[in-house]
Design a protein around this ligand. Structure first.
Ligand SMILES: *[C@@H]1O[C@H](CO)[C@@H](O)[C@H](O)[C@H]1NC(C)=O
Length: 337
């Protein structure tokens, strides 16, 4: 091989390594719509309008809740698609049995298959792959944080729990948790437990995280932890119940967007690639006066109603407060109901 050929191959590889773009760059894109993988799995793909195959895009996964499906996530993607202003590729995978039990890691496998398909057909900035979801979809996003932290840059877990397992879970990943203090489906203690893993893994400084009184989901308090640069943890507690989006202004979407496009780069220089859309003017709800309100406490050392009480990898309490009993939801999650 001629030396200049070798040099140009080397340069090509070096430049592309630095830019961290995918083999799909430069190719004719697939159409947006529902895609099938294997015999029984689907996802919705949203390719940006005016897609430019020379430009690396952010890639965002949105996971549905229990009883929902991919059509509940697309086309709005929890309010994020508006904020992305056609600057991101969106994917809404479809769960089996309308959930993300992730039995034998079948849903992690699905996500890996989707990633391969998309990386081979679309131009993705590999440093900007994100996941979010509500409830079971939050559990699946958390599970990916545990297993695929080398692929996903950050996750936003809305009202989640360790519902889809946590294989791995010792690799740093930027983590945003959002939870209602009066969540009557997955108690707020679930959200705190997921957060606490990443406070530890990301090496965050201890900090008091005040939570609002039980009340409106439009009222929230955000705690920004100082962690290893590039791996912040944010915890946002709101006054409401188990909701995918607050009434009124969707502050959950704007907070997630701010986290993914700005906060994760603090202390590590400007975002690589330079394709990040700036955050539109935010209409943040005024933080309420921060009073620490006592939460319902479990009896003795047993878990409270709607809290986790077992499942593979669980090391907390396995008994429930009186009037609740520990019930198996799936292999990863048993809940006091
Ligand atoms: C496509 O993106 C590349 C790289 O950012 C840019 O140089 C080019 O002008 C874009 N093409 C169009 C038609 O916008």
């Amino acid at each position: 091989m001629h030396i200049t050929t070798i040099i140009s191959i080397f340069l090509f590889a070096a430049v592309h390594g630095a830019m961290a773009v995918t083999p799909g760059c430069g190719k004719t894109p697939p159409a947006s719509g529902t895609k099938t993988i294997g015999s029984n799995r689907q996802y919705i793909l949203q390719v940006p309008a005016n897609y430019n195959s020379s430009r690396p895009y952010q890639l965002i996964f949105g996971f549905h809740w229990l009883g929902g499906n991919m059509n509940n996530v697309a086309p709005g993607y929890y309010g994020l698609r508006d904020l992305a202003r056609e600057g991101a590729i969106f994917v809404a995978p479809n769960g089996l049995d309308n959930g993300w039990a992730n039995t034998g890691n079948r849903d992690t496998t699905l996500v890996n298959q989707i990633l391969t398909e998309i990386q081979n057909t679309l131009c993705v900035d590999e440093t900007k792959i994100f996941a979010t979801g509500f409830s079971y979809g939050g559990g699946m996003s958390y599970s990916l944080a545990c297993s695929n932290a080398n692929v996903f840059r950050a996750v936003s877990v809305i009202a989640g729990a360790q519902l889809s397992g946590c294989t791995g879970g010792e690799t740093k990943i930027a983590y945003l948790g959002i939870h209602g203090v009066q969540d009557s489906v997955l108690a707020v203690s679930n959200g705190r437990q997921l957060r606490d893993r990443y406070l530890r893994v990301n090496g965050c400084q201890a900090k008091t995280a005040p939570e609002p009184a039980r009340g409106a989901d439009s009222t929230f308090i955000k705690t920004e932890y100082t962690c290893n640069p590039g791996f912040p943890v944010w915890w946002i507690a709101h006054g409401g119940d188990h909701v995918a989006g607050p009434s009124g202004t969707n502050w959950m979407a704007t907070q997630t967007w701010d986290f993914w496009t700005r906060a994760i780069y603090e202390g590590v220089g400007s975002p690589p690639g330079g394709t990040t859309s700036p955050l539109p003017p935010s209409s943040t709800a005024a933080p309420p006066s921060s009073t620490q309100v006592p939460q319902p406490q479990p009896t003795g050392n047993c878990a409270a109603r709607y809290a986790q009480c077992g499942g593979q990898g669980w090391s907390g309490s396995t008994c429930c407060e009186s009037q609740a009993s520990c019930q198996v939801v799936n292999q990863w999650y048993h809940q006091c109901l």
